[in-house]
Write a protein that binds this ligand. Structure first.
Ligand SMILES: Cc1ncc(COP(=O)(O)O)c(C=O)c1O
Length: 341
């Protein structure tokens, strides 16, 4: 079976984590700080705090914003991973779903209509594609979520340089994936607020929330190594996208126009037919295709979200990762030609 994702952990990763274990300093420390500095070299932000996950990063970022202003309604994309929904709720706020357009990025008209009603907005670069709305002026604070597009550039700047606050994820299958982990990048005042909420040992009972959110040196060393490999891996994924362009039928290839813009993280197609049956057929051929998101967030919303509903009905994500073997390419081509004759 060709899995949907397959992160590469070669000897460099083994040596990096072994060195941390040998140092006996496995909890947060040197590597966690180094990771913050490495990410800051790419994203134009003042300060950074490594935390235990992207979900925690978002929850803490919203809580840090709440120390400066009243934040209640937070806009999040409707066609996105459920962690966003839970992070907003865990920050004590209400998630407001924003519909997506045909290319899976935010529907601009929908976002513009909703914007005046929001206290903050989370802008995701979905499936590696940069959302240009991040460079627009918003009346509310923008949290730029680079979990799926880390390493991409827009207007000659790295993603993560646009938002008032930025969050990243180092979850295993992400472009900067290690095992688990996340980061908040923002002003020093905001980052200090996040630090205060991440260390329960620094007791401050007056704070409304504190949790154990530090990123361990072990997790940081994996993410640091991925950062070193990420440009080469991005290039390999781009080559694989080209191969897929030649091996999936043209209507599928054309179904998501902006797929190559950004960091080539997912190969998503819109199919004409039932997604579940199509996934079963692909699995039977040994292809670990998956839904691009695991849960239809739009079911939780009373408003009609045509774009997200359509994306849930139409979209599948085909495996794309850098280290595909020749045998796997043959299996892949066969599976595609049988499922999409
Ligand atoms: C866009 C986006 N943001 C944030 C997250 C949460 O990151 P983590 O899995 O590190 O908690 C995810 C997870 O899939 C995601 O896709």
């Amino acid at each position: 079976m060709i899995p949907h994702s397959r992160p590469i952990f070669d000897d460099r990763f083994i040596h990096a984590t072994t060195a941390v274990v040998r140092s006996s300093y496995t909890s947060e420390g040197e590597q966690s700080r180094e990771l913050e500095q490495e990410v800051l070299k790419q994203c134009q932000q003042d300060d950074a705090v490594a935390v235990d996950s992207g979900t925690s990063a978002l929850m803490l970022a919203i809580r840090a914003l709440k120390t400066q202003q009243n934040i209640q309604k937070v806009g999040i994309p409707a066609y996105a991973c459920a962690s966003l929904w839970f992070a907003v709720r865990a920050a004590g706020c209400t998630p407001i779903l924003m519909d997506c357009g045909e290319d899976l990025r935010l529907d601009v008209d929908y976002a513009c209509k909703l914007a005046p009603t929001l206290d903050a907005v989370v802008l995701v670069h979905p499936f590696g594609m940069v959302d240009p709305l991040v460079a627009e002026t918003w009346d509310c604070p923008v949290i730029e979520d680079i979990a799926q597009a880390a390493g991409a550039t827009f207007q000659n700047k790295a993603v993560g340089s646009f938002g008032d606050v930025v969050i990243a994820s180092f979850y295993a299958t992400k472009p900067w994936g290690g095992a688990y982990g996340g980061m908040v990048l923002a002003s020093t005042a905001m980052c200090d607020a996040v630090r205060r909420m991440s260390h329960p040992d620094d007791v401050n009972l007056a704070l409304p929330y504190v949790g154990h959110h530090q990123l361990s040196n072990i997790h940081a060393s994996l993410a640091l190594m991925r950062l070193q490999c990420s440009a080469a891996e991005k290039k390999s994924r781009q080559q694989m996208m080209q191969w897929l362009d030649m091996n999936v039928p043209e209507p599928l290839q054309q179904s998501i126009h902006q797929r190559k813009q950004g960091n080539a993280f997912r190969y998503i197609v819109r199919i004409d037919g039932d997604v579940e049956s199509c996934l079963q057929a692909l699995h039977a051929q040994g292809l670990g295709a998956a839904r691009p998101v695991q849960y239809p967030l739009h079911d939780a919303e009373k408003a009609v979200l045509h774009g997200a509903e359509k994306a849930w009905k139409d979209c599948i994500s085909l495996p794309i990762f850098p280290n595909m073997t020749t045998d796997e390419y043959t299996l892949y081509a066969q599976g595609l030609s049988r499922c999409f004759p």
